[in-house]
Structure formats: C-alpha cells, structure tokens
Design a protein around this ligand. Structure first.
Ligand SMILES: NC(=O)c1ccc[n+]([C@@H]2O[C@H](COP(=O)([O-])OP(=O)(O)OC[C@H]3O[C@@H](n4cnc5c(N)ncnc54)[C@H](O)[C@@H]3O)[C@@H](O)[C@H]2O)c1
Length: 431
C-alpha cells in the first residue's frame, strides 16, 4: 500500500524520536487520531516512566499515556531498530547552543544517523527541532541519501517547526497551525497529509529553508520585542515612570501595537537560543544580524538589573546584600510550568549567592533545582518561614502563590513580573 493510502486509512505506523516537551504531545495527538506510534528516546528513565503509563510533560495527562500504552497503540522504547516498522518519523530532539553560542546540532546528527540505518522505500522523515535554515538540506538530506535512496522518489523529507507553548491551555499541539516545507513538492504533499489527519490547520511553504526560517522569525520577533520593552523598563526606571502603566495604556491602541512585557531575563529552550542559530548561520554570508545581538545583550543584562533592585531594597532597611537572606519566588522560566531550562531565576540565584547572600526559593511547580553550589529544595511559604528573609524577589509569577502573604511578612519585596499589579507599598520595589 502506498504511504498516502496508509496515512489516510490510519494504517501507517508513526515514529517519533525524542519524547520531550515537543515529541510527547505529538505522540499523544497521533495516538488519539488512531495511529500506532513508536516513540524512541535515548533516556531510559523517561521510556520506563512512559511504559508505566506515567507522564513527565504537564500538557500530556498520564491517563492519556496509560491508555495508549495499555492498548499497544503507543510503544515507548530506547531501541532504534523499531524504526524499521515505521512509515513516518518525526525528529524532535534538542537543539541547544554551545558555550560559544554556536549551534549544537549533534542531537540532530545522531538521530539522523539512526534513521538512515532503518530508512526504507516510501518512508517520510520530518525534522521538527528548531534549527538554522539549511539544516534539512545540508545535514539531514545527504546523510539519508548516502544509503542510495533518492528523496522525492524513494522517500520523503520535510521540515516542520514545532510551535508548542508549554502550559498554554488555549493553544496546544492540536490547534496551533503547522507550517510544513518539503525538499520536493511530493515531500510537502505527503508531510501535509500526515499532519492534516490530526492537526487543525497545516500551512505548506515552498521549501525546507523557508519552514526553518519561519520558526526563527517568530522567535527572533519575540526576543527583539522583549529586548525593546526591557530597555523601556530601564528607561522608565531612570525617568521615574511605571513601565507597566505605560504598556497597558499603549496596548489600548487597536492597531499597530502588540504588548510585550519586561522581565528578569529570557528563559526556556527557545527564545534565548534560537535567534543565535540564525545569526550564526547568516554570518557565512558576511552579514551581521544586529537586532539579534543587541536584543541578546539587553535581555542578558536583566538578571543583573533584578539583583541591583534587591541591593536597593536591602539598602532601604540598612542591610548589605552580603549576609542577607533572599527568597526567590518562582524559578521556572515562565508562569505555571515546571521547566527551568535557561531560567533567569538560576542566574539571579547564582549572582545573589556570589555576592554573599544566603538564598532560598519557593516554586510550587519545581520541587528542587541544581545550582553550582549544590542542590536546593523549594521551601514552603509559611508566615514563620517568610519572617526569616530580608527580601523576597518575584522572578516567575505562578498562579496560586500567596503574594499578599509575601508582602505582609517580608521586610522588602522586589517584583520583576508585575505580580503586585497596581499595588503600592514603601517596601515594594517594581521593575
Ligand atoms: N519546549 C518547547 O517549548 C519547544 C517549542 C517549540 C520548539 N521546540 C524545539 O523542539 C526541539 C525539542 O525540544 P524539547 O523541548 O522537546 O526538548 P526536550 O529536551 O524536552 O526533549 C528532547 C528529547 O530528545 C531526547 N533525545 C536527545 N537525543 C536523542 C537522540 N539522539 N535520539 C533519541 N532521543 C534523543 C532527549 O532524551 C529528550 O527526551 C528543540 O529543537 C526545541 O528548540 C521546543
């Protein structure tokens, strides 16, 4: 049976490589649409959890995983040879930066090498990891064709960026439109058909490079606008204005303005990282991506600004940072999720500690974190616990945290997230 018929009749077996924040929700969507899914990950602990019907991704309920595993519709495994049985493979592996801010595509390379071993006629391979324009053409394609099969004729290859927003209940893997660009027209057609079986809207583009660039435009747009509004916050601070009031009023303009909000720095696996994939790649052409670099500089300074605010707050109660006890409230990189990757809270904790503060944190979503100096556990927010601190700094504003209690019981509070919207108090210091 041809791949397209297999997809339409739900007889295709779908493979997903990398079962993280991106891969696992995709497995769940494919599974719910009635496909058999084989999920491969190198992390044996994750695979073991999935086999037991547990979920480590908040947006994918354990009962969904359990139901799919129980019926044999989802097979989590560390065994790449299972890819032999797959008609399609989605690659959802990490794409971090090296310390030098150069792209680290080693995970894509490793996953592609595995796919090559089990590539067969009629197979569709889709790269979903965010990466620089050219990766699919220059890195993945030659590796896959090295076995003798020809793209567009013997197998299909496409790039389709993932746009999932963890913790967002309104927009999920299912209803976020999916952009797809194939190496050939046939590749785009087959990949589009696959996603149409389960996702609400699929948008085809002319090439893999365009699809790769789409994702980088989206994330660079976020990074640059956040950089702009962070600079606005620094300017408002100097000039004695409340930046939040300025933004709220500007946002009443019904066209030509979109509100972005300042914060203690960028976090997560995407916005602080992806734009540098683009600026690195475009350098090959002798072009310097100035907006990207500038936004990186401004956003990178924000954790320092947060620490300066703590120093200022402590100053008011005649204390130096050295020796003071500082509580960081919220360490996830954004509200209502448990992900601490690239979180500015980690930088802030490190900066405070290096300057002699005694630090602790509270986060209802993150029970413990690892810092240079060892492991920290989230403390409970009780009046007695709060009384021990000289300053609390709100870095992530999760729902359900008792901000009133923090303000009542702590001598000084720094708010980087407008958790105390509209509130004024002599011991409250806002961005
Ligand atoms: N997290 C997000 O919000 C988000 C949103 C859009 C796009 N992305 C992009 O999607 C990609 C994946 O991100 P993520 O957040 O899901 O990462 P993740 O770290 O949560 O998951 C990646 C998974 O891949 C596994 N893995 C690593 N190398 C592997 C290999 N060679 N073979 C098999 N499995 C392997 C890891 O063990 C991990 O479970 C990245 O390129 C990221 O930039 C992420």
């Amino acid at each position: 049976m041809k791949l397209e018929q297999k997809i339409k009749s739900r007889k295709a077996t779908l493979g997903v490589i990398g079962l993280g924040y991106v891969g696992l929700p995709l497995v769940a969507e494919f599974g719910k649409a009635g496909f058999r899914v084989i999920g491969v990950d190198i992390d044996a602990r994750k695979v073991e959890q999935l086999k037991r019907g547990r979920s480590y991704v908040k947006d994918v309920p354990a009962r969904e995983v359990a139901a799919l595993v129980r019926t044999g519709q989802f097979l989590p495994t560390t065994d790449f040879s299972q890819l032999r049985k797959c008609d399609t493979v989605d690659i959802c592996v990490p794409t971090p930066l090296r310390k030098t801010k150069d792209p680290d595509v080693s995970f894509i390379v490793a996953a592609t090498e595995q796919v090559r071993k089990y590539l067969h006629r009629g197979m569709l391979v889709v790269l979903e990891s965010t990466t620089y324009p050219g990766t699919t053409d220059e890195l993945v394609l030659p590796e896959l064709e090295a076995g003798g099969l020809k793209v567009g004729r013997d197998f299909y290859l496409a790039f389709s960026p993932e746009r999932v927003d963890p913790g967002n209940e309104r927009f999920t893997t299912k209803n976020i439109p999916k952009v797809v660009g194939g190496v050939t027209r046939a590749c785009t057609r087959v990949a589009t058909l696959l996603y149409r079986q389960t996702l609400s809207r699929v948008v085809g583009v002319s090439s893999t490079r365009v699809a790769e660039m789409v994702k980088l435009l989206e994330n660079t747009f976020r990074s640059v606008n956040i950089g702009l509004v962070n600079e606005m916050a620094l300017m408002c601070d100097r000039m004695g204005m409340d930046v939040w009031e300025v933004i709220d009023a500007a946002a009443t303009k019904p066209f030509g303005f979109m509100p972005f909000y300042p914060g203690p720095g960028l976090g997560g696996h995407c916005i602080p990282i992806d734009p540098f994939y683009l600026s690195w790649k475009v350098r090959e052409t002798g072009f310097e991506a100035r907006f990207i670099e500038l936004a990186g500089q401004v956003n990178g300074q924000m954790p320092h600004y947060a620490v300066d605010k703590v120093v200022l707050a402590l100053n008011q109660i005649r204390r130096s940072l050295k020796g003071s006890r500082v509580l960081v409230v919220g360490v996830a990189y954004k509200a209502d999720i448990d992900d601490v990757r690239e979180s500015p809270a980690l930088d802030i904790l490190e900066l405070l500690r290096r300057r002699g503060a005694k630090v602790a944190y509270h986060d209802p979503f993150v029970p413990s974190i690892r810092l240079d100096g060892g492991r920290l556990r989230s403390i409970r927010l009780t009046p007695a616990a709060l009384r021990r601190f000289h300053c609390a700094v709100v870095v992530t504003a999760h729902k359900g945290v008792d901000y009133d209690l923090i303000l009542r019981r702590t001598p000084t509070v720094v708010d980087t997230r407008n958790a105390y919207r509209g509130r004024r108090a002599a011991h409250l210091f806002k961005f």
